[in-house]
Design a protein around this ligand. Structure first.
Ligand SMILES: Nc1ncnc2c1ncn2[C@@H]1O[C@H](COP(=O)(O)OP(=O)(O)OP(=O)(O)O)[C@@H](O)[C@H]1O
Ligand SMILES: [Mg+2]
Length: 300
């Protein structure tokens, strides 16, 4: 697959009429008397990328915590394959094929790539009590699976800590696919990455979709979302502000929803009341909404 393929769905089978694997209906979550999420509808279909966007505190993490089995919803319904569920542990979600790749990936930096690929689910050989790791088979399988996803690494023996953040995300995606995920949840996978590496991760999000997975892609970045997304759900203060398919919303509209044009105007007005800030010197709204390349940590 080339970068030009991003945003295209070559899978013939995926359609919007297909039954959702995961569905939320009027779902909400309160932590004590803090209502973090309220009345959210969301459908995740095979071979489709559902983007969940929203500012800090909008409820994105709360939403994926419900789906991934970390927290339980307190209102509405949560269905898997059309059946209402309530997971008490992430293991239960995983058993239903819902895999989550968190931003702080649970990898062991000094262990080789292939070893991390099988971390916690190692292949073994020989009868008990002399069972031992089947290293050859694990290396071969990891290599095949990474290639299947179009991920080419020079050497699977290298410690995973030596890979770039983007490459590590890709290994995590390939791993979830191999272990039978039907739904892949990615929590801000491009947030800490530069432009080029973000592109690489977006490419594998598209690859996971081509393999027929339903992807939930959490991001702050409407440009990243629009490159791979089939559906866009924008959260604001815990409720759905926008839920639209690709043909119902343009990148410009999506960016506007995210940037909160009205809020920026209000902020400018507020700043005008504070002495010492020359509002005429502040950037125009349009400039504030322009894409800002994420800078890798350290070079500010
Ligand atoms: N365990 C908790 N207890 C109490 N309140 C919580 C808890 N987790 C989240 N909240 C509140 O719920 C709201 C939504 O938080 P959430 O973490 O889901 O937002 P988010 O969209 O993921 O934000 P960010 O972009 O900063 O990650 C926030 O107001 C937050 O303070
Ligand atoms: Mg969050």
């Amino acid at each position: 697959m080339t970068t030009a393929d991003i945003g295209k769905n070559n899978g013939q089978v995926a359609t919007d009429d297909q039954a959702p694997v995961v569905e939320l209906r009027g779902t909400g979550k309160s932590y004590g008397n803090i209502r973090a999420l309220h009345g959210v509808d969301l459908a995740v279909r095979p071979g489709r990328v559902t983007c969940v966007l929203g500012d800090n505190g909008a409820g994105k993490s709360t939403l994926i915590k419900i789906i991934s089995g970390l927290h339980q919803h307190t209102e509405g319904e949560f269905l898997v394959d059309g059946e209402p569920v309530r997971f008490s542990t992430p293991r239960e979600a995983l058993d239903r094929g819902i895999a989550t790749v968190y931003q702080d990936l649970a990898t062991v930096p000094l262990m080789p790539v292939w070893r991390n690929f099988f971390l916690g689910s190692e292949m073994t050989k020989g009868p008990w009590p002399v069972r031992r790791l089947d290293i050859a088979r694990m290396k071969k399988t990891a290599d095949e699976e990474l290639r299947n996803m179009g991920i080419v690494l020079d050497d699977l023996e290298q410690p995973i800590g030596t890979l770039s953040g983007g490459q590590r995300q890709c290994v995590a995606i390939a791993r979830a696919v191999y272990f039978g995920a039907r739904v892949l949840i990615l929590d801000e996978p491009t947030a800490a990455l530069g432009v080029k590496q973000s592109g690489v991760v977006l490419k594998y999000i598209a690859a996971a979709r081509e393999r027929g997975l339903g992807v939930i892609f959490i991001t702050h970045n409407p440009h990243h979302a629009y490159m791979v997304g089939d559906h866009f759900s924008v959260l604001r203060l815990g409720t759905l502000e926008l839920s639209a398919s690709r043909d119902e919303v343009s990148l410009e509209e999506l960016t506007n929803h995210m940037a909160g044009g009205a809020e920026l105007a209000a902020l400018k007005h507020e700043l005008a009341q504070v002495g010492g800030v020359d509002v005429e010197e502040l950037p125009e709204e349009a400039d504030l909404q322009a894409p800002v390349a994420a800078s890798p940590e350290g070079n500010s």
